[in-house]
Design a protein around this ligand. Structure first.
Ligand SMILES: Nc1ncnc2c1ncn2[C@@H]1O[C@H](COP(=O)(O)OP(=O)(O)OP(=O)(O)O)[C@@H](O)[C@H]1O
Length: 259
């Protein structure tokens, strides 16, 4: 793993909605291979920060650079192709499609064969399609979802839907994976499994991961470094133990019992 190469650089970036500075003047640097947490109270701007990174919103100030290239203003599908993908706080899947098709659709985002060859069913499509299906099935095995290939996504239990959402995000072959509250709604066992899964996929796919999470056991357990947002501003950055003992963070978010 190329651990010391900079992957993401966010320079003084922010966004204003009318009079509200939802995120302002943020500076974040993430190196290849890192697993980083983003925490902060409700409404601090965490999801908005993800929306900036993924092109849902263009920053109204500053720059976002992936491997040195500016992403500002690119639409989400182009940012996905450049290597950033995400999951959402409220799971977003194609509910009526099968588990297998959910992953195949994601593969299409980065597939090399053209839409035309798909429509006219020209030979490259068949090869591409078969390859894609095999890849998707192998992929779903990693997530323990290969027993449900033809089940509609909406029929999976909650924890498995979460895993499928991560599988879909990974199927676009990102360099940087953004996870928005992946443990929300999970019981402690599911959370533990998720922690193991995140560590495992990071190694297996040589990934860099940034995750928003309120579950401190998860954040402190898997992240190497943590950024803390409060009222749209970064108030701290450091290792889990530095963050746990940072008076500003305790006051804004963690409360005294966690210290
Ligand atoms: N499109 C928008 N237009 C106006 N205000 C917005 C928009 N998107 C987000 N905001 C505001 O920006 C602020 C930050 O919201 P955001 O959802 O990013 O917080 P969060 O840290 O993700 O919170 P939570 O932990 O509750 O998910 C909030 O005040 C929110 O109302």
């Amino acid at each position: 793993m190329m651990e010391n190469k900079l992957l993401l650089k966010v320079e003084n970036a922010g966004i204003q909605f009318g009079g509200l500075k939802a995120v302002s003047n943020t500076n974040v640097e993430i190196k290849k291979g890192e697993l980083i947490g983003l925490i902060g109270p409700n409404g601090a701007g965490k999801t908005t920060f993800f929306n900036l990174l993924t092109g849902v919103y263009a920053p109204t100030e500053g720059n976002i650079l992936l491997e040195g290239k500016r992403l500002n203003g690119l639409p989400p599908y182009k940012i996905t192709r450049k290597g950033i993908s995400r999951t959402f706080q409220n799971i977003r899947l194609f509910n009526e499609l099968s588990v297998l098709d959910n992953v195949k659709v994601a593969y299409h985002t980065n597939s090399k064969h053209s839409i035309l060859s798909s429509i006219f069913r020209l030979p490259p499509h068949f090869t591409g399609e078969r390859e894609m299906e095999e890849k998707a099935i192998d992929f779903l095995k990693i997530f323990n979802l290969d027993g449900f290939l033809y089940e509609k996504a909406k029929n999976l239990p909650y924890g498995q839907q979460r895993r499928l959402e991560i599988a879909r995000a990974l199927a676009t072959q990102p360099k940087l994976l953004l996870l928005d509250e992946p443990a929300a709604g999970m019981n402690p066992n599911e959370t533990e499994e998720l922690m193991n899964l995140i560590s495992f996929i990071r190694e297996k796919f040589d990934l860099t991961v940034l995750l928003i999470e309120h579950d401190m056991q998860l954040v402190m357990g898997v992240c190497e470094r943590i950024y803390v947002l409060d009222h749209g501003q970064l108030i701290a950055e450091g290792s889990p133990s530095e963050i746990r003992n940072n008076p500003k963070v305790i006051e804004a978010y963690l409360g005294e019992e966690v210290s």
